[in-house]
Each structure stands twice: as C-alpha cells, then as structure tokens.
Design a protein around this ligand. Structure first.
Ligand code: BGC
Length: 554
C-alpha cells in the first residue's frame, strides 16, 4: 500500500459537515450559543412534537400492517413523513468522536501499561489465560516428515496431510499435500458436549478415506497434530483439559475439564479409525511454531480472524512455578523458555474505553465479559458493532430512509467480510459497495450515496479502532517479553511476528495501520524504528499442527 494511501487511512480527521451551534459538544462561544439556544430550543421542541404527532397519524396504516410486515408496508414506512432525533451527519460526528478519541499514542501507551498490570496476577495464577505449553524449544526448520494435521477454527474444521521438508534453497519447506475443509456453521457450534466430538470424528473418517491420505502410513496408525482455536490446559504434549470455549461453541456442555485428546479419540476408536493424537497446541501457538520453522527469529504470533489471540515464547521464569504443576522434573530442569498461550482476548476489561454499542454487544453476549478484547477487534464482532450502529442510525437518524433491511434485525447477521468489501470500494460513486450491500441486505430502494458514505465511514472508524487496540495489545506483550528477558527497548533485538487470520490478512489496510501504530508506540518507548514487524504466516495453524508433531520426533 502506498504511504500516501496509508496516510489518508490514518488521517485522524474525516471530512464531515460542520455541526450546528446547538448540537456541538463544546460550543465555539458558549454564552452566545446558550442565549440563542434558550429560545430556539422550545420552538424546536414544539415543531418536533407537532411533526411527531403528524407522523403517528400518517403512519397509522403502516403501523397496523407492521404486524404482518410486507414489502409494501415497509415502503410506506419509508415514504411516510418521518422526523428523526438527529441528522446522520450529527450521529456520524458522535461516532467519530467516540471511536477516535482513544487512539492517540499517549492513550494507547496507557492502555498497554494497564494491560501489563492485568498480566501480572495471571502470570502467577490463572487456569484460563497465560497458559504454558510443553513446547520449550522452537523448531530449527530442519525437521522433516509427513503428518496428519487437524485445525479446529471458529468457522472451519480442516484435516490435511502436511509435508515438512526442511530448508532447501529455492524450495518450499512446508506443503499441504491434501486438505479437506468442513464448514462449522451455527448448527455445529450448537452441538453440545460429545456430539461435537462425534461430528469431528465423522469428518476425520471422511478425510482419511482419501487414497492420498491412506498412502502416508500404509497400514500403521496415523499420528495427528491438532491446532485448537480455544484455550486448553496442557497436561502433556499430546493431551490437555478442555477449558471454556468462546465463539458461540457449546462443546463444553458436560465435557468441561475433560481430556481433549480422549474426547476426540473415543469417537475415533468407535469408528475404528487408524489414528492417534500425538500433539495438541492452541492455534496461536501453532502459528508461532509454523512461522519459527521458516524464520528462527520469530518469538510471537498473532491470530486475528473469527477469534483473537497472541502466543509468545517467554523465559520459563516469567510464569510462577505453580503454573507448571504436574510437569516432569526433567522438563523443569532443562527448559529455559516456554511457548505461552496468552489468551490475550480475555484481557482488557476496564482498559479499553467502550461505546454504547460495545456495551450492548457485551450485554447480549452468551458469555458477557469473557473476552472483552476480542469483542472489540475480532472478525466475529466487527460486523456486529457496525450492525448495532446501523440499527440506531436507521431508527434515529433516517439511514436508508428509515428502512432496516429485514435480516439486519438479527444479531450477528452482518459479516465483517461485508464491511471489508464496502471499505475496499474507493470509487467516487461507490458502485461496488452499494451493489454488495444491496445484494446481501436488500432494501426496497438501494442505499443512496449518502447512506453508503455514512456506512463506509462507520466501517473505517470501527476497523481503525481495532487496528490501534491490537497495536496496544502487542506492545504490552512486547514490553512483558523485554522485561522478562532482562532487556530494555534499546537493547532488544528486532522481532518478527507471525500473523494469521482473515482480519489481519485480508481486511483492507488493517495490518498496515496496526504496523504504523506499533512503530509509533515502540519508538515512543525508546526502541529503534521498526522494532517489530508484522508478517503474514499463511495457513499457519495447519502447518503449525504438523510442526508440533515433528518437533516431538526430533
Ligand atoms: C480463543 C483462542 C484462540 C483465538 C484465535 C480465541 O477466541 O480463546 O484460544 O487462539 O480465538 O482463534
């Protein structure tokens, strides 16, 4: 992306029409404004009430019809005389103020500091975040072999044969030989307890029936590596206890705390599948392993797709000894570092300022407050924040002439991918953005240029805030790592971060914006420019699941 384009994206000010004196938060000349407002306000209120009464009369037929809403009644609603609490420009100005105010470097640094305060007790004791693994060393990149890798993500389950061939000049060191992908929709997310693991076993059975997979081990059982996109309390390199799952999954009903390996292996055995679980890692840790296989300087990995997480390679001493309960003495004697699944998504309560839309999202969530950070930045939630704003804008400011597209009244019906498509259209007439929105959320008349302009600005405000908050989160863990290594920002070496997930990989300008905030924050802390670089790690969960098995065989 050109630096000019980035500047435009980063520019703090969006061009909005000037506010009227009476609605401005801080009036230019308070006395004069108050005086003028003192007689304008009652007059305004009188006209508002009169219009509202007329509106009720004019809308009576459509109100009756709204019990059985039809396209024509929705059209009548739209065409009826409507008054709104405020203009769209007024509302947009408020949204802009709320979403941009926290993004100044000094404020982001403060958030990073507060996050570090939240880390401290969790590094001492917590069974849901700052979770150590049994992976102490990172791969050398020379390991070789062919493995069956499983990746349970928020919206897909993938089963792949992965070939690792070590470093050869000019050749790819990791290759997916064969992969089957199964959608995880809400019906799968709603499967409770063992029903979910049965569903997995059925898919594993289908995937290994492929002749290419059968070829790997002949008649011997297949070693599997699992990348699990949820927290897990590791009990060995190949097992771990199931912890609470976010992303709307119900698989923990009646199975919470049980051994994840056994939960998957039991239905596999019932089906006589020739497989065994060799390794379990969280998907963020898998991303770190996979990226480190290619670049030994990697110490961090970020996942930002449906969910959000960061894995870090930390000195073992960064975590209290009680965190290693049950670890073999040999491991404790030999390990200098440990791969930690931070579950960063669970931090951030009272750190990140919230808006009324964030609060509404949290209140209506199945697990309120479980993952405050994720609620503000991940792909599962960006669309929902924008949807809540749209609903308010339709009802109070006349967006889409007051018509709410039918589907948008349902929670989580606006995909983050639609936001990305709207932001992507930089043309003057927004033809593409209008077409995308109208095809996914039909209105009786397509959105006007003003409507789509409003929507596009809202998407940008929501996604830019997410990119900035992610930078604050990465900065906080970077600071933690530097301190626990006994380094300073000046003496710390440059660091690469492997990044995976639809938002960080594909959302327009997201990674570039986050990188630019990171540059500001790390230099403000005294580091050389570009102390951290965000690098895409393609298919890293599936590769990482294989690398984890491979490391085991070293
Ligand atoms: C989960 C993490 C996972 C992340 C990315 C979060 O919701 O709690 O375990 O790594 O999503 O998939």
């Amino acid at each position: 992306m050109s630096s000019q384009l980035l500047k435009r994206f980063k520019s703090r000010r969006m061009t909005l029409p000037p506010e009227s004196d009476c609605t401005r938060d801080t009036p230019a000349s308070p006395d004069a404004t108050i005086k003028r407002c003192s007689y304008i306000k009652p007059m305004f209120d009188f006209w508002q009430s009169l219009l509202a009464a007329l509106e009720r009369i004019a809308m009576l037929p459509s109100l009756i019809h709204s019990v059985f809403p039809s396209l024509s009644s929705r059209k009548r609603m739209r065409d009826a005389v409507r008054t709104y609490d405020r203009t769209m420009d007024d509302l947009l100005r408020e949204i802009q103020r709320l979403f941009e105010a926290p993004l100044k470097p000094a404020k982001l640094l403060q958030m990073s500091g507060k996050l570090q305060e939240q880390f401290a007790p969790k590094l001492q004791a917590s069974d849901i975040c700052m979770l150590p693994s049994y992976n102490d060393k990172l791969p050398t990149g020379l390991e070789q072999g062919t493995y069956l890798a499983l990746d349970v993500g928020g919206s897909t389950f993938r089963v792949a044969v992965v070939e690792l061939s070590g470093k050869h000049p000019g050749a790819k060191s990791m290759r997916i030989v064969n992969m089957k992908s199964y959608t995880i929709d809400s019906s799968v997310r709603n499967l409770q307890g063992n029903a979910f693991f049965d569903w997995m076993a059925e898919r594993i059975e289908a995937a290994i029936a492929d002749p290419q997979v059968k070829k790997i081990n002949g008649t011997q059982s297949l070693g599997m590596g699992l990348a699990w996109s949820f927290p897990v309390e590791q009990t060995s390199i190949r097992s771990g206890n199931l912890l609470a799952m976010g992303k709307g999954f119900l698989a923990t009903e009646g199975t919470l705390g049980q051994d994840l390996s056994e939960l998957i292996m039991a239905p596999c055995r019932k089906r006589n599948l020739p497989v065994r679980m060799d390794s379990i890692v969280n998907d963020a840790s898998a991303t770190l392993l996979s990226r480190a296989y290619e670049d030994p300087a990697t110490r961090f990995a970020v996942i930002l797709g449906t969910g959000f997480n960061v894995a870090v390679h930390l000195p073992t001493s960064a975590l209290a000894t009680s965190k290693y309960r049950g670890y073999p003495q040999k491991w404790l004697d030999e390990a200098s570092h440990v791969l930690v699944n931070t579950e960063l998504s669970m931090f951030g309560k009272n750190v990140f300022p919230t808006t009324r839309w964030d609060d509404a999202l949290n209140e209506n969530h199945v697990r309120p407050d479980f993952q405050p950070f994720e609620h503000m930045i991940s792909g599962r939630y960006l669309g929902e924040i924008v949807r809540l704003i749209i609903v308010e804008a339709v009802q109070t400011a006349g967006l889409f002439s007051g018509e709410l597209p039918e589907k948008l009244s349902e929670p989580y019906s606006l995909d983050t991918e639609t936001l990305a498509a709207i932001e992507m259209d930089e043309s003057k007439n927004s033809t593409e953005a209008i077409a995308v929105f109208q095809s996914r959320h039909p209105l009786s008349k397509p959105p006007t240029l003003h409507d789509i302009g409003f929507l596009c600005q809202v998407c940008k405000l929501v996604s830019r805030r997410a990119a900035a908050f992610l930078a604050a989160g990465i900065h906080s863990l970077w600071s933690l790592r530097i301190t626990s290594e006994g380094l300073t920002p000046q003496t710390a070496e440059r660091m690469a971060i492997g990044c995976n997930g639809s938002v960080i990989e594909k959302y327009p300008s997201f990674r570039e914006l986050c990188q630019s905030h990171l540059n500001e924050l790390t230099t403000a802390s005294g580091a050389e420019p570009h102390a951290i670089s965000l690098e895409i790690a393609v298919e890293s969960a599936i590769f990482g699941a294989a690398v984890a098995v491979c490391c085991l065989e070293k």
